[in-house]
Write a protein of this length. Sequence first.
Length: 598
Amino acid sequence: MQTLHSEAAMQVEQIDAYEALVQFLYRAPIGLVQTNLDGAVEMLNPMASSLLMPLARDGGLDNLFATLEDVAPQLKQMADGFDQPSGVVCEALRVPLGSEYSAPGAPQVLSISLLKLDPERLMAAITDATLEIQREQENLRRRLRSAARTDALTRLPNRSAAVEQLQTLLGRTGSEDRFALLFINCDRFRQINDTLGQSAGDRLLTGVGDRLLAALADRMRAGGLPANGRIDPAAGGAGLVARLGGDEFVVLLDGLRHPDEAERLALRLLDALARPHQVDGHEVACRASIGVFWDGGADGRDADAVIGDASIAMVEAKRAGGARHVLFEAAMRERAARRADIEAQLRTALAEEQLFVMYQPVVGLNPDGSTDHSAGVEALVRWQHPVRGLVPPFDFIGVAEECGLIDAIGDFVLERSCRDFMRWREQLGDAAPRLMAVNLSRAQLAQPAWTAKVAAILARTGMPAASLQLEVTESLAAQDEHIQVRLHELKGLGIKLALDDFGTGYSSLSSLHLLPVDTVKIDRSFVCKADTSHHHRVLIEATVKVAQSLGMNTVAEGIETQAQADAVRAQACAKGQGYFYSRPLVSNALVEWIGAQR
Ligand code: C2E
Ligand code: MG
Ligand code: MG
């Protein structure tokens, strides 16, 4: 009795459960359609008919595949191709409904899963995926938007984000708060990139970004920005560290009252960057130049123009030697425009061969009192400008270094002077100059492939390496180990090296032995007082003695008078150069000059 009763109860319970399930399936917010293998509908719930009805052309829903034929013809093919007795035919197939099927507010996209229940039957589960898709698209748009405003390398906000934020500040009225834009550029970054490789350069840039953020962390927090500094560009706030590209960063600071505050913050950033960076086990010094734009001078200029102004001040900082900041002033715009103008004209000059080389004799000051007029020459570049006339190197070498044109100019001077040198040998035989001095710039030495390029020029022109002397300034030669490596490579080719303008830089007699040079050129500022100032005479004498003790040659630069010539000769200086002997001459004039001395 007991058993009988419970069996009956169980039956009742099972019936109830089945009823509940059917009720659930009937009311479920998901369309369910059971069909045979051909798609003939055996059962469907109200949700399914409401979702499919717009597709039913004749108003009937007899066959699922026929109903879906226009929008999802592949469904029938998938079912036909599914040869297992049961299993998932397809899952969450997204079916966009053409505009002809979807009335306003009605589903625009269906999601259909098809299940093979057994060898005879299929079950389709259909939902309205319209909202889901809209949400996904919105997410994608947001991601793309933030990617479009994020620098891929450093994950900092990028230029667009900085411009946007700056534009907001520029449009602000009535606030006591002032902002400052700091334009930051790493000094000599290209050189680091060239020597350590681009991926090391990338890591250095990421490090620079981190240092900037860390140095401003307190301000960022004050401005309501996340302390980790990965400022959400969309969030906005009182400060922003962004990377514009390359080795250029900007820092936008708001809530300031006086330019002094901006300058103090610039100093703080310079300090933070000055500590050596660890990159791939190397200690890399990466100082920076900062241009500071102070709110108030914008005069209706837009964000791009303001960034341009800050970058002009940055260039001034760089020209002053780097590792410093400069506050923007309107007068700088004009100077920058003039430099840009020279740059453009210099490009034309290179293309139209307005550049040429002059040669200044370097004479031997023999101990017997005689003068050797064939000791050598120094190649000095000139620019024959169509309007300005003859432009001296001082007016364009600096600009050429800044804009990268110095490589092309340097190559031109080296090749041209080697060719002229070889021609003099043919024309003058034994009387031809025995040494050709050519000046080098930092940027040339920074090119990793430069030694090979020099070797190629020597091979092309037939110039003997031992007859070429490359001149570097003191500050350049003493500067860093990469330059030293390059200098040793050049010496390896058999080329001679000279230290130009000695006495004007910061290396001293005591560190002369550290530099891989053969010749020391004593600067004109000493030589011009050789006959009148005891102090300068002693300095010249000491330089000659130290150089001699190291097996180095000496040249006195800028000799203008007989008295100066006599004075440096008395100090046992081996060679002299200056207007007293000759001004720089064009190639043919030099040949005549040498002829006249014989
Ligand atoms: P530097 O290498 O020290 O060249 C000597 C400069 O002193 C030359 O000026 C020369 O004309 C001038 N000079 C020579 N003797 C006298 C003299 O007795 N009195 C006076 N007052 N000046 C004298 P320049 O040609 O104007 O060149 C200036 C500087 O420009 C050079 O100094 C050198 O550093 C640079 N330079 C010239 N040509 C090139 C070049 O092809 N490449 C590079 N990178 N720099 C160059
Ligand atoms: Mg020189
Ligand atoms: Mg010099």
